[in-house]
Structures are given as structure tokens and as C-alpha cells.
Design a protein around this ligand. Structure first.
Ligand SMILES: Nc1ncnc2c1ncn2[C@@H]1O[C@H](COP(=O)(O)OP(=O)(O)OP(=O)(O)O)[C@@H](O)[C@H]1O
Ligand SMILES: [Mg+2]
Length: 269
């Protein structure tokens, strides 16, 4: 049985797809057979970030509609063993994502995979609800700004009420916070919320903090999940988050303002 993880946020453009690619790749690097599914019907971003857009033949909706089977639609990553991508469809028909169809695909994947990572679209419409409905746990991606935190709070409400687990009388699924695009300098200057501020508002466990990093843009332009750039701050921060996700203790990094050297202080005051 696979563990189904939804990567969600409420607000758009905060780093869900970047995170889905990074976490799925990180789990596969740790030896877990992992599938990452793009629920963003109509947009198709995940395959670009994973660098497999030219290999897309069939997609998630094709499988739901019975036009292709999972074997035909799943794309096996060429760099990392155990990693598979199920791309989104470019159809505009978002209603194609039916609950029964999604359930059937997840059930079939569950037999063969350790983890299924669901990249949710923004907002609280069908795609986002479907990505969350069958999840066993959630990673709530938030940027250190008020509007992003507020929308994450709304998503936490949905996770607490609109999942299969809750509808069947079970406990709400656990959501953990991933604070991304964090800049310790800007937080210290009061230009963005700091980790404590966000933690106080959202009151959920912190899975990790990913720094604002040029490496993310460079990696996504190259079609390479940023965790494969293990020299980069963001790549290392994502690998730490994967370790915590797997239950390991791992101190936070990249969250303090780097101390200026004596040389730097003398010359910059
Ligand atoms: N840690 C980071 N540092 C710098 N830029 C980042 C970081 N994380 C994400 N970004 C950038 O933010 C933008 C949005 O990222 P991404 O597409 O992952 O967000 P999303 O939440 O999936 O968006 P959508 O809601 O549209 O699906 C991208 O340009 C990405 O490169
Ligand atoms: Mg996205």
C-alpha cells in the first residue's frame, strides 16, 4: 500500500510543483518507489520541471477515460531509479477528473508504489479537492507573506473536513508546513514574516524551510528537480525535508542571517 501525499497551498505560485518534483525525487533517491501525479488539468507544469515534456504520450485523463493504461502513461525518470511521473492532460475539461476515476488510478498505483505524490493545482476547485481527497497526509506549501499564510489556513480547513478519511469517520489527515522562498535577511528586516510568525498563525508541524534561491529557477529551466543539485542550498533543504518526512531528526539549515566576517564588517560597517 502506498502512502498518498498531497502537496497543496491554496494560493497559487508558491512552489507546489517545485516541491512535488523535489520531494518525489528525494523519496526515490532514498530508495522508495515513487509516482508523482500532476493534478493541474489544463496547465501541465510538472513534466516541464521534471524535464520529460517531450516524452508525454498519454496522460492522467487518458488513463481515467480508459484511452490508455497506467503502464503506457507513466513516464520513468531517466536519472533516478524508482521515480515515475503521471503528467496532466492539456484538455480544458476539468470535469474529466472524476472521483471514481481518480480513485481507480490511485488504487492501481497503490499496489505497486511506496509513495504517491499529488501535485495540487492552486485554489479550492475540483482539481485541488481531488488531489487532497484520497490523501493520507499533506504538505502545505506556504510563502512567508500574509496572503499565502491566510490561504494555507483555508486549505487546512478543507483537509480537516473534505477527505475520504474524514468522510469515513476517521481522523483528519496530518498536514505539515513547508515554508518556501524564505529569506532570513528579509525576515530580519521585517519585510516578510519570520518562521515563528508563520508557525503561530498556522499551528501545524514544520516539515522544513526552503530558502529563496536562484538554484530553483536554474534547475527548473534545465528540467531538473532542484534536489539533484546537491550543492545548492535549496536542494539540500529539500533533502533535509525528505529526511524529516521519513521520520529522521534533522536540524533546520539556511534559516539564519549569515554572519559577516570580521573583514566584511570592517569594510561594510
Ligand atoms: N525556493 C525558491 N526560490 C526561488 N524561486 C522559487 C522557489 N520555489 C519556487 N520558486 C519559483 O516560484 C515560481 C512558482 O513555483 P511553482 O510553479 O512550483 O509554484 P506552484 O505553487 O506550483 O504554482 P501554481 O499554483 O501555478 O501551480 C516558479 O517560477 C519557481 O521557480
Ligand atoms: Mg503548480
Amino acid at each position: 500500500m502506498a502512502r498518498i501525499v498531497v502537496i497543496t497551498s491554496g494560493k497559487g505560485g508558491v512552489g507546489k510543483t517545485t516541491t512535488s518534483a523535489a520531494i518525489a525525487t528525494g523519496l526515490a533517491l532514498r530508495g522508495h518507489k515513487t509516482a508523482v501525479i500532476d493534478f493541474d488539468v489544463g496547465l501541465r507544469n510538472l513534466d516541464l520541471i521534471m524535464g520529460c515534456e517531450r516524452r508525454v504520450v498519454y496522460d492522467f485523463i487518458n488513463v481515467i477515460n480508459g484511452d490508455a493504461n497506467l503502464k503506457q502513461a507513466l513516464i520513468r525518470d531517466k536519472r533516478v531509479d524508482n521515480l515515475y511521473i503521471l503528467p496532466a492532460s492539456q484538455t480544458r475539461d476539468k470535469d474529466a477528473l472524476t472521483q471514481e476515476g481518480v480513485e481507480q488510478v490511485l488504487n492501481e498505483l497503490s499496489e505497486d508504489f511506496d509513495f504517491i505524490v499529488c501535485d495540487s493545482p492552486a485554489g479550492i476547485e475540483r482539481g485541488a479537492l481531488m488531489a487532497a481527497y484520497f490523501a493520507d497526509e499533506a504538505i502545505v506549501v506556504t510563502n512567508p507573506e500574509v496572503s499565502s499564510v491566510r490561504d494555507s489556513d483555508r486549505i487546512l480547513g478543507i483537509l480537516a473536513s473534505k477527505t475520504r478519511r474524514v468522510e469515513q469517520g476517521g481522523d483528519p489527515i496530518e498536514g505539515r508546513l513547508l515554508l518556501t522562498r524564505y529569506s532570513a535577511e528579509r525576515a530580519e528586516r521585517g519585510e516578510m514574516l519570520n518562521i515563528e510568525d508563520v508557525g503561530e498563525i498556522l499551528a501545524i508541524d514544520l516539515l522544513g524551510v526552503i530558502p529563496e534561491s536562484q538554484a530553483v529557477l536554474t534547475a527548473s529551466n534545465a528540467g531538473q528537480p532542484v534536489v539533484l543539485d546537491q550543492e545548492s542550498d535549496a536542494g539540500q533543504a529539500y533533502l533535509d525535508a525528505v529526511a524529516r518526512f521519513l521520520g529522521e531528526e534533522c536540524p533546520l539549515r539556511f534559516v539564519d542571517v549569515p554572519k559577516k566576517s570580521l573583514f566584511g564588517r570592517l569594510f561594510k560597517g
